[in-house]
Design a protein around this ligand. Structure first.
Ligand code: BJW
Length: 248
């Protein structure tokens, strides 16, 4: 890792008021949850995103998609927060009201590490929701759906789907607005483990930079947003974040 970049990021963190931590799949890689776009280990090196992470794909083969998510859910439940998640949570605890965590991750590792109010841009893989809007009043509860792969509503046949954001879908109401406010208002944005390939999430880094924030990136490999960074810390999150945050 570049010592000058580490020193610069530490110094900025020490003086920063509001900090926004923006994370992607690399944040959870060392907890054993695969990323999407890493060349050898990413999910998209083995699976077709159009078939598995889109509404069209789910409607075409609901059982295939449900089973794929069931395996991934089991992996998330087995995983534990790593030293990077814990370092962010300790850093935020020491600065009440000054640190906003915005994540693209659908796992719950930030929450389990203690960042219970992390903003989740791409949903929650452990949640169920209906595929189609429920027309019943009161609305049926997906947790009560009949067994099946995927489970179905006993009243109308509606199918349950995972509570994630697929390609072409809108982000959860309010999430992007809250994340944009944090990006606009922060003095420092710490970007961890994202390729910066997916929008509108990647736009947050540009927003923070344009608004005058110091941008520091933690990633062992180049990303599409490196040109936005004042400091790039080349290394894995679980190693770099404790080094960076425990001394800031
Ligand atoms: C480490 C590490 C370690 C490794 N430590 N680092 C503007 C321009 C172009 C396209 C679009 C645009 N606006 C919208 C789009 C379309 C689309 C999009 O962005 N497409 C691009 C891919 C081209 N966006 C959307 O569809 C979004 N919706 C939307 O825009 O709605 C409005 C709209 C609707 C209709 C019409 C038009 C507009 C929704 C995006 C939803 C993304 N969903 C997914 C799947 C979630 C469900 C699931 O888990 O199955 O979210 S895709 C996947 O990518 C997942 C992630 O959250 C997201 C981002 O990936 P991330 O986190 O960056 O991971 P990777 O794998 O890409 O990168 C990992 C990084 O970690 C790497 O850099 C490694 O080096 C690093 N790393 N180990 C630290 N140990």
């Amino acid at each position: 890792m570049d010592d000058a970049a580490l020193a610069a990021a530490r110094q900025r963190l020490q003086g920063a008021g509001a900090v926004c931590v923006f994370t992607g799949a690399g944040m959870s890689a060392e907890s054993g949850i695969p990323t999407f776009r890493d060349a050898l280990t990413g999910l998209w090196s083995r699976f077709d995103p159009a078939a598995l992470a889109s509404e069209e794909g789910f409607r075409a083969d609901p059982q295939l998609v449900w089973d794929w998510y069931a395996e991934r859910r089991a992996g998330v439940r087995r995983a534990q927060p790593n030293a990077g998640h814990l370092a962010i949570a300790a850093f935020a605890r020491a600065r009440p009201g000054r640190v906003t965590v915005v994540t693209q991750n659908v796992d719950d590792l930030h929450q389990r590490a203690g960042c219970t109010d992390a903003i989740r841009l791409h949903g929650d893989i452990l949640q169920d929701r209906w595929l189609d809007a429920c027309a019943q009043r009161p609305a049926c509860d997906p947790a009560q759906a009949d067994a099946g792969r995927p489970p179905r509503c006993g009243r109308c046949g509606n199918r349950v789907r995972p509570g994630v954001v697929w390609f072409g879908e809108l982000l959860p109401p309010g999430a992007m607005e809250a994340a944009e406010a944090a990006a606009r208002q922060c003095e420092l944005m710490l970007v961890v483990g994202t390729s910066g390939a997916v929008w509108p999430a990647a736009g947050l880094v540009h927003t923070a930079r344009r608004a005058g924030a110091f941008v520091a990136i933690v990633n062992p490999h180049p990303s599409e947003i490196d040109d936005q960074a004042h400091a790039v810390l080349r290394g894995p999150a679980a190693r770099v974040l404790p080094e960076l945050l425990h001394h800031s």
